[in-house]
Write a protein that binds this ligand. Structure first.
Ligand SMILES: [Zn+2]
Length: 234
Protein backbone atom coordinates (compact mmCIF):
# COMPACT_ATOMS: atom_id res chain seq x y z
CA UNK A 1 0.00 0.00 0.00
CA UNK A 2 1.20 3.51 -0.78
CA UNK A 3 2.60 5.22 2.24
CA UNK A 4 0.36 8.21 1.69
CA UNK A 5 -2.76 6.04 1.60
CA UNK A 6 -1.55 4.29 4.73
CA UNK A 7 -1.22 7.68 6.41
CA UNK A 8 -4.68 8.66 5.20
CA UNK A 9 -6.11 5.46 6.67
CA UNK A 10 -4.55 6.20 10.03
CA UNK A 11 -5.79 9.79 9.80
CA UNK A 12 -9.28 8.58 8.93
CA UNK A 13 -9.25 6.29 11.93
CA UNK A 14 -8.39 9.23 14.20
CA UNK A 15 -10.85 11.54 12.47
CA UNK A 16 -13.63 9.00 12.91
CA UNK A 17 -12.87 8.73 16.61
CA UNK A 18 -12.75 12.51 16.91
CA UNK A 19 -16.05 12.76 15.06
CA UNK A 20 -17.68 10.24 17.42
CA UNK A 21 -16.35 12.14 20.44
CA UNK A 22 -17.72 15.41 19.07
CA UNK A 23 -21.12 13.82 18.46
CA UNK A 24 -21.16 12.37 21.96
CA UNK A 25 -20.14 15.74 23.37
CA UNK A 26 -22.90 17.50 21.45
CA UNK A 27 -25.53 15.14 22.83
CA UNK A 28 -24.70 15.89 26.48
CA UNK A 29 -26.60 19.19 26.87
CA UNK A 30 -29.77 17.61 25.45
CA UNK A 31 -29.49 14.67 27.85
CA UNK A 32 -28.87 17.04 30.75
CA UNK A 33 -31.88 19.16 29.83
CA UNK A 34 -34.10 16.07 29.60
CA UNK A 35 -33.00 14.93 33.07
CA UNK A 36 -33.55 18.38 34.55
CA UNK A 37 -36.99 18.49 32.97
CA UNK A 38 -37.84 15.16 34.62
CA UNK A 39 -37.00 16.63 38.02
CA UNK A 40 -38.88 19.86 37.27
CA UNK A 41 -41.98 17.96 36.12
CA UNK A 42 -42.02 15.73 39.21
CA UNK A 43 -41.50 18.78 41.44
CA UNK A 44 -44.36 20.64 39.77
CA UNK A 45 -46.68 17.65 40.10
CA UNK A 46 -45.86 17.18 43.77
CA UNK A 47 -46.22 20.90 44.47
CA UNK A 48 -49.62 20.92 42.75
CA UNK A 49 -50.85 18.06 44.97
CA UNK A 50 -49.58 19.82 48.08
CA UNK A 51 -51.20 23.09 47.00
CA UNK A 52 -54.50 21.29 46.47
CA UNK A 53 -54.27 19.73 49.94
CA UNK A 54 -53.68 23.18 51.42
CA UNK A 55 -56.57 24.67 49.45
CA UNK A 56 -58.86 21.95 50.79
CA UNK A 57 -57.86 22.85 54.36
CA UNK A 58 -58.65 26.53 53.73
CA UNK A 59 -61.96 25.72 52.09
CA UNK A 60 -62.90 23.37 54.94
CA UNK A 61 -62.17 26.08 57.52
CA UNK A 62 -64.30 28.61 55.71
CA UNK A 63 -67.17 26.10 55.46
CA UNK A 64 -66.85 25.38 59.18
CA UNK A 65 -67.09 29.10 59.87
CA UNK A 66 -70.20 29.35 57.71
CA UNK A 67 -71.76 26.47 59.66
CA UNK A 68 -70.89 28.11 62.98
CA UNK A 69 -72.43 31.41 61.85
CA UNK A 70 -75.61 29.66 60.70
CA UNK A 71 -75.82 27.79 64.02
CA UNK A 72 -75.58 31.06 65.91
CA UNK A 73 -78.32 32.46 63.69
CA UNK A 74 -80.51 29.45 64.48
CA UNK A 75 -79.90 29.97 68.20
CA UNK A 76 -80.96 33.62 67.83
CA UNK A 77 -84.11 32.61 65.95
CA UNK A 78 -84.96 30.14 68.71
CA UNK A 79 -84.53 32.83 71.39
CA UNK A 80 -86.79 35.14 69.36
CA UNK A 81 -89.34 32.32 69.09
CA UNK A 82 -89.42 32.02 72.88
CA UNK A 83 -89.97 35.73 73.22
CA UNK A 84 -92.70 36.26 70.62
CA UNK A 85 -96.39 35.91 71.27
CA UNK A 86 -97.42 36.37 67.67
CA UNK A 87 -98.20 33.15 65.87
CA UNK A 88 -97.28 34.37 62.36
CA UNK A 89 -93.95 35.67 63.65
CA UNK A 90 -93.30 32.31 65.36
CA UNK A 91 -94.11 30.51 62.10
CA UNK A 92 -91.86 32.81 60.08
CA UNK A 93 -88.98 32.09 62.48
CA UNK A 94 -89.61 28.33 62.20
CA UNK A 95 -89.39 28.72 58.48
CA UNK A 96 -86.09 30.62 58.81
CA UNK A 97 -84.74 27.95 61.14
CA UNK A 98 -85.51 25.09 58.77
CA UNK A 99 -84.02 27.04 55.86
CA UNK A 100 -80.85 27.59 57.91
CA UNK A 101 -80.72 23.90 58.85
CA UNK A 102 -81.08 22.94 55.20
CA UNK A 103 -78.26 25.34 54.37
CA UNK A 104 -76.06 23.67 57.01
CA UNK A 105 -76.78 20.20 55.63
CA UNK A 106 -75.73 21.45 52.16
CA UNK A 107 -72.45 22.72 53.56
CA UNK A 108 -71.83 19.52 55.48
CA UNK A 109 -72.24 17.56 52.25
CA UNK A 110 -69.61 19.78 50.65
CA UNK A 111 -67.30 19.23 53.64
CA UNK A 112 -67.71 15.48 53.26
CA UNK A 113 -66.67 15.61 49.60
CA UNK A 114 -63.63 17.72 50.53
CA UNK A 115 -62.64 15.35 53.32
CA UNK A 116 -62.84 12.39 50.97
CA UNK A 117 -60.61 14.19 48.50
CA UNK A 118 -58.14 15.09 51.28
CA UNK A 119 -58.11 11.46 52.45
CA UNK A 120 -57.22 10.18 48.99
CA UNK A 121 -54.70 12.98 48.45
CA UNK A 122 -52.66 12.34 51.60
CA UNK A 123 -51.34 8.87 50.62
CA UNK A 124 -50.79 10.11 47.08
CA UNK A 125 -48.58 12.91 48.35
CA UNK A 126 -46.69 10.59 50.69
CA UNK A 127 -46.06 8.14 47.83
CA UNK A 128 -45.08 10.93 45.44
CA UNK A 129 -42.65 12.35 47.99
CA UNK A 130 -41.00 8.99 48.44
CA UNK A 131 -40.68 8.33 44.68
CA UNK A 132 -39.55 11.88 44.14
CA UNK A 133 -36.73 11.53 46.66
CA UNK A 134 -35.59 8.26 45.03
CA UNK A 135 -35.94 9.67 41.53
CA UNK A 136 -34.10 12.86 42.41
CA UNK A 137 -31.18 10.95 43.94
CA UNK A 138 -31.00 8.73 40.86
CA UNK A 139 -31.22 11.67 38.43
CA UNK A 140 -28.72 13.77 40.39
CA UNK A 141 -26.32 10.82 40.11
CA UNK A 142 -26.83 10.69 36.36
CA UNK A 143 -26.40 14.45 36.06
CA UNK A 144 -23.08 14.22 37.93
CA UNK A 145 -21.94 11.39 35.64
CA UNK A 146 -22.93 13.39 32.56
CA UNK A 147 -21.08 16.44 33.82
CA UNK A 148 -17.97 14.36 34.31
CA UNK A 149 -18.39 12.78 30.87
CA UNK A 150 -18.78 16.23 29.31
CA UNK A 151 -15.52 17.40 30.89
CA UNK A 152 -13.68 14.21 29.87
CA UNK A 153 -14.96 14.43 26.30
CA UNK A 154 -13.99 18.07 26.09
CA UNK A 155 -10.41 17.41 27.14
CA UNK A 156 -10.08 14.35 24.88
CA UNK A 157 -11.40 16.34 21.94
CA UNK A 158 -8.91 19.15 22.62
CA UNK A 159 -6.07 16.62 22.85
CA UNK A 160 -7.03 14.98 19.57
CA UNK A 161 -7.47 18.30 17.82
CA UNK A 162 -4.06 19.43 19.00
CA UNK A 163 -2.48 16.17 17.82
CA UNK A 164 -4.18 16.15 14.42
CA UNK A 165 -1.69 18.29 12.42
CA UNK A 166 1.08 15.79 13.23
CA UNK A 167 -1.04 13.02 11.66
CA UNK A 168 -1.31 14.90 8.39
CA UNK A 169 2.42 15.31 8.00
CA UNK A 170 3.79 13.86 4.76
CA UNK A 171 0.40 13.88 3.04
CA UNK A 172 0.19 15.93 -0.17
CA UNK A 173 -1.86 19.08 0.38
CA UNK A 174 -4.26 18.46 -2.52
CA UNK A 175 -4.74 14.85 -1.49
CA UNK A 176 -5.42 15.96 2.08
CA UNK A 177 -8.00 18.44 0.84
CA UNK A 178 -9.62 15.76 -1.32
CA UNK A 179 -9.68 13.42 1.68
CA UNK A 180 -11.22 16.05 3.96
CA UNK A 181 -13.90 16.87 1.44
CA UNK A 182 -14.73 13.15 1.06
CA UNK A 183 -14.71 12.62 4.82
CA UNK A 184 -17.37 15.31 5.19
CA UNK A 185 -19.52 14.34 2.20
CA UNK A 186 -19.24 10.55 2.62
CA UNK A 187 -20.16 10.36 6.26
CA UNK A 188 -16.65 9.79 7.60
CA UNK A 189 -15.63 7.16 5.01
CA UNK A 190 -13.17 8.73 2.58
CA UNK A 191 -10.70 5.85 2.26
CA UNK A 192 -12.27 2.44 1.63
CA UNK A 193 -11.03 -1.06 0.82
CA UNK A 194 -11.60 -2.86 -2.47
CA UNK A 195 -12.55 -6.47 -1.89
CA UNK A 196 -13.35 -8.93 -4.70
CA UNK A 197 -13.03 -5.94 -7.03
CA UNK A 198 -15.91 -4.17 -5.28
CA UNK A 199 -15.60 -0.68 -3.77
CA UNK A 200 -16.22 -0.79 -0.01
CA UNK A 201 -17.91 2.61 -0.18
CA UNK A 202 -20.47 2.43 -3.00
CA UNK A 203 -20.38 -1.38 -3.43
CA UNK A 204 -19.96 -1.13 -7.17
CA UNK A 205 -17.56 -3.30 -9.11
CA UNK A 206 -14.46 -1.34 -10.06
CA UNK A 207 -13.26 -1.46 -13.66
CA UNK A 208 -10.46 -3.81 -14.67
CA UNK A 209 -8.35 -0.75 -15.35
CA UNK A 210 -8.91 0.59 -11.81
CA UNK A 211 -8.14 -2.83 -10.36
CA UNK A 212 -4.92 -2.98 -12.31
CA UNK A 213 -3.88 0.51 -11.32
CA UNK A 214 -4.63 -0.30 -7.70
CA UNK A 215 -2.51 -3.45 -7.76
CA UNK A 216 0.39 -1.68 -9.42
CA UNK A 217 0.47 0.52 -6.28
CA UNK A 218 2.05 3.49 -8.03
CA UNK A 219 -0.44 6.26 -7.40
CA UNK A 220 -3.48 7.11 -5.33
CA UNK A 221 -6.57 5.61 -6.99
CA UNK A 222 -10.12 6.84 -6.57
CA UNK A 223 -13.32 4.91 -7.16
CA UNK A 224 -14.71 5.96 -10.58
CA UNK A 225 -18.25 5.67 -9.18
CA UNK A 226 -18.15 7.43 -5.81
CA UNK A 227 -14.77 9.15 -5.83
CA UNK A 228 -13.59 7.59 -2.56
CA UNK A 229 -9.89 6.83 -2.19
CA UNK A 230 -9.29 3.11 -2.62
CA UNK A 231 -6.85 0.64 -1.12
CA UNK A 232 -6.28 -3.10 -1.27
CA UNK A 233 -6.42 -4.61 2.20
CA UNK A 234 -3.37 -6.66 3.06
ZN1 LIG B 1 -17.05 3.59 -4.80
Amino acid sequence: MLQEVEKLLALQDRDQRLRNLRQEYKSVPGELAALKKLVADSTAKLEASKARAKAIEVEKKSLEMEVAAKKEQIARYKTQQLQTRKNDEYMALSHEISAAEKFIRGIEDKELVLMEEADSLAPQIAEAEKTFADEKARIDGRIAVLGEREANLSSRISEMEAARPASTEGIDEDLLEQYEHLFESKNGRAVVPVEHDVCGGCHMKVTAQTGLALRSDKSVISCPQCGRILYLPA
